[in-house]
Design a protein around this ligand. Structure first.
Ligand code: PLP
Length: 704
């Protein structure tokens, strides 16, 4: 000991390399290393390694690294990163075709980690998990999105239960991203026509394992004030802001990749927001002298498109006036008329009254398209039938790839430890082989599963109490009810996601007396944790939050129903590990896939969901609980809501609660654990982004 020569510069370099590769977002030991460097900053910065490094001085870092045990941690993390990069860098035969020509993935939001808040919800998390799994499987992958300096928003709930939005400015210096420079070391910029102005666009690079993301940014001194703020907020502003953001994302993104000399083999548009990229590719073809119809064909050959939105009203649409205003400069450089362009975004190209729809553009300009679950595929084919006259709905060329989650991102440290101990250090490799996986999990004992559940529930309750204390002290009435609320032995239900009204957060309280009955049963305690943000302009969603806030103050529910402020990836990670039951009750078929329920599986949580999205594919009668029927009905919404509420009460009273409290002599709920086992066995190896990305590779990225 002590003999090892200490090279500060060398050690420091390792620390920075670790911090600037967001692989740490799915590697617990690396997170723990940075947390140890400064627990205080780690906590305050929402778990951001760069913030930790910025706060401690060089001297402090040196003296911390003199500590042998910390240096061993550092070495282990560093070796683990190197090993990972080497492993995923060994390109398999089927992926060789991408090694010079990457997959370019465009998404309006990408959620990698809570400290990089450039996402609002499920779509963003899906993109982040896609990015991570692309790295895991060794796919050459570049993602393009926007750098939202102010993120989505920080959510506060006022004393009346109403959501308030706070915006905080982020600076790239404090984040694990670096500005992209040209050969001369200057900021690399491309010019994009927005309206009649030229807007400069720069980008930051984020490295996620082997994947690379570019976050586009317009906050540059040469841009006029209103263009500087264009990329400030996720889905902020009106339709003019919206179309401008989408011009930056699609056209700016395609230009930026070109400026960096990428030659993507395929452009994957995740939802229609980025579909203007096809117009930029079209411009390149036209400039090269290609005839229009041939040019469209060339663009089509390079693009694939994923649609998520199952209702016509949910798709981005722009009027001709707005298109004329926002694309005037761009259109004049294209050499074709605005009406020709309008035609690309219309079901009936000649219909002057039809608005321009980004989904239509994406569908027309892609060689293949998919929805994100089997049912969502069916709905989408029906919805877009008019685009393919003369076909039957089942022959509309929209397939489906059901969404998944990145397992290592969402698993708790405790569950990970258990799988490592019982199955092996690389247990997750078995997730791609359902049969091996089924055998592997037999090595875990019932008692171990139950002990894990208790530990995770307890940890979640600690986390929530801490958050409640913070929420309480802001109102100056910190009381001892926080300490008395929630119990580590009670059936713990989670409901957390965006507060879009179709997700029907308060459904369980449709009949408040009935709900009060089972929440009030002292022998079989039940508790429910809510969290989630409503879009700033969605007053109906905010009213749902307020309703729930008021419930938390109703004596029948106080201490049993809680609302945790400011839902984000970090809060989600805690909730999906600690909850016993994950509740999902959207109005079918509006949940295109949903993914949050997939995150509970490896942690031993169970799903209780309406038969919508991914759940109706995964549910087998023994691996969780279903609400309502797997059947297309078109009742008026009020009737649909009351039928689903009735079904939900039945399931809670007759199935969930009795099963959880059916204990053996030593207090273990054997049948509940059997359900957990079945859930881990059948769901974990399918509903993950490893399977999902492989499916995209074989069905969509590889040209037929
Ligand atoms: C997984 C996740 C979502 C998606 O939740 P759904 O229930 O599938 O809509 C939204 N927000 C965050 C922070 C998540 O982690």
């Amino acid at each position: 000991m002590g003999e090892r020569v200490f090279h500060f510069a060398k050690e420091r370099k390792k620390v920075y390399e670790l911090a600037y590769n967001l692989r740490w977002a799915y590697d617990c030991p690396t997170q723990q290393f940075f947390a140890k460097l400064s627990p205080r900053v780690w906590d305050r910065s929402n778990h951001n390694p760069i913030a930790v490094l910025n706060e401690i001085s060089e001297e402090e870092l040196r003296s911390r690294l003199l500590d042998e045990t910390l240096r061993i941690d550092l070495d282990n993390c560093y070796e683990s990163l190197k090993g990972y990069l080497e492993r995923v860098g060994k390109t398999s035969e089927s992926l060789k075709r991408f090694s010079k020509k990457p997959v370019a993935y465009f998404s309006a939001e990408i959620g990698i980690h809570e400290s990089l808040p450039i996402y609002s919800g499920g779509l963003g998390i899906l993109s982040g998990d896609h990015t991570k799994s692309a790295s895991d499987v060794g796919l050459n992958f570049v993602g393009v999105t926007l750098f939202y300096r102010q993120g989505y928003f920080v959510q506060r709930i006022n004393s009346d239960g109403w959501q308030l939005e706070e915006y905080r400015q982020q600076d790239y210096h404090g984040l694990p991203i670096t500005p992209v420079a040209d050969e001369g070391g200057n900021l690399l910029k491309v010019q994009v026509e927005v309206g009649n102005s030229l807007v400069s666009v720069a980008a930051y690079k984020a490295v996620v394992g082997r994947s690379v993301l570019y976050l586009l940014e317009t906050n540059l001194p040469e841009n006029e004030e209103h263009y500087r703020d264009l990329t400030a907020r996720v889905y902020g502003g009106d339709s003019t802001t919206r179309i401008s953001q989408e011009i930056i994302l699609g056209i700016g993104g395609a230009k930026f990749l070109k400026a960096m000399e990428y030659e993507p083999s395929v452009y994957h548009m995740n939802e229609g927001h980025s579909a203007f990229l096809t117009l930029e590719l079209l411009r390149e073809e036209l400039l090269a002298g290609t005839h229009l119809s041939k040019a469209v064909e060339m663009v089509e050959r390079k693009c694939v498109f994923t649609t998520h939105t199952p209702v016509a009203a949910g798709h981005d649409r722009f009027t001709r006036d707005l298109m004329n205003f926002s694309l005037s400069g761009f259109v004049s450089s294209l050499g074709i008329s605005l009406d020709q362009i309008m035609g690309f975004g219309r079901v009936q190209p000649e219909d002057k009254d039809e608005t321009f729809c980004m989904t239509v553009l994406a569908l027309k300009m892609s060689r293949a398209a998919n929805a994100v679950s089997e049912l969502n595929g069916r709905i989408s084919r029906k919805m877009w039938l008019p685009l393919y006259p003369g076909r039957k709905a089942e022959h509309v060329p929209i397939g489906h790839v059901t969404n998944g989650i990145h397992s290592l991102t969402w698993i708790s440290t405790e569950a990970n430890e258990l799988y490592r101990k019982r199955i092996g250090l690389r247990w997750q490799d078995k997730l791609v082989r359902p049969r091996d996986w089924a055998t592997a999990i037999l090595k875990i004992q019932d008692e171990e599963i139950w002990a894990l559940r208790y530990a995770l529930r307890r940890k979640l309750i600690e986390f929530i109490r801490q958050r409640m204390r913070r929420q309480q002290t802001r109102f100056g009435n910190a009381s001892d009810w926080v300490e008395k609320s929630l119990s580590a032995d009670a059936l713990t239900i989670g409901f957390s996601r965006r507060f879009a009204t179709y997700k029907r957060a308060p459904l369980l309280f449709t009949d408040i007396e009935r709900a009060a009955r089972f929440f009030g049963d002292p022998k079989r305690p039940v508790q429910l944790i809510f969290s989630g943000k409503a879009h700033p302009r969605d007053d109906a969603g905010k009213t749902f939050i307020q309703q729930i806030e008021h419930l938390t103050r109703d004596p029948r529910f106080t201490g049993k129903v809680v609302f945790v402020e400011d839902y984000d990836i970090g809060v989600a990670r805690q909730l999906v590990s600690g909850c016993d039951l994950w509740l999902n009750n959207p109005r079918r078929p509006l949940e295109a896939s949903g993914t949050s329920g997939q995150k509970v599986i490896l942690n031993g949580g169970l799903n209780c969901s309406v038969m919508d999205g991914w759940w109706r594919e995964a549910y087998n009668g023994k691996n969780g609980f279903s609400i309502g029927e797997d059947k297309d009905v078109s009742l008026p919404v009020e009737q649909q809501d009351s039928a689903d509420a009735a079904s939900l009460y039945e399931v809670m009273e007759k199935k969930v609660i009795p099963l959880f409290y059916d204990r053996d002599a030593s207090g273990v709920p054997l049948k509940w654990i059997k359900t957990i086992r079945e859930s881990i066995k059948t769901i974990a190896p399918v509903y993950n982004t490893g399977r999902m990305v492989n499916e995209y590779i074989s069905k969509y990225y590889s040209e037929k």
